[in-house]
Design a protein around this ligand. Sequence first.
Ligand code: GLU
Length: 285
Amino acid sequence: MREERQRLLQKKRVIVKVGSSSLVHKETGFIHFGKLEKLVRVLSDIRNRGIDVVLVSSGAISVGRKALGIQGRPETLAQKQACAAVGQGQLMMIYQKLFAEYGQISAQVLMTKTTILKPLNRTNAQNTFEELLKMGVIPIVNENDTVSTEEIEFGDNDSLSAVVTALVGGDLLILLSDIDGLYTDDPNKNENAKWIPVVNEIDHTILSMAKGVSSSFGTGGMATKISAARIANDSGADMIIANGENFDILNEIMEGREVGTLFLAHKNSEFHMMDYIETKSYLKS
Ligand code: GLU
């Protein structure tokens, strides 16, 4: 086992982010129950090994859109927010049912950027997470899309999950998406693109590799994932980008197998989550 991967065996608090593309059937956009069930089973096992688990799940808008029979992406903000209101409820109903089948208690935590920007709200959120994790609960987090507005939204769950990682003092963030990890170029367009197993430092070369690689369902492309890595790494957590096509990959990651791209933590004593949120400086490449 490679040295950098060995540290993954010691993780105690893991945040897993699942994008909409990993939760729905590619052909139709309807919920993929088989995959959801697998995700819940694998996460329950990680929890049963004594590791704290936080799930950041997208899908509110796409599930709501399907339930309401809306074709394509919702057009207006109000339509998007209405879809989220319907979809978030449906998603939680499914998650709670499935987690209960595996003997786990799950909880819904909906956040907006204000939760982080306002010190009192931030402290409350932090305390709530701590209490939930102490009680062995699996928090399921999403942006509160129904009330957040464009000016103050995270906009993508890659950033949100990194902020949550910093907030709860997680030691590993796993971003599951429809890509295997970071490549030297877009693997869909360039067959010579090479997979990168480990990133020690996010420099200009890494930033330039991320340009233009996006996913068809979610909001975040590779650039938002690199921004997430900066936040997570600076807060002291390792981060992995891996393919969520098969959720067994979560076990492989936790066993130190060489899958996905691992971005190594480098605790930055200057790190203040607020600076990043207020200036959005981490989000610029
Ligand atoms: N919060 C959005 C949703 O649940 C998803 C954002 C994202 O995919 O990054 O639909």
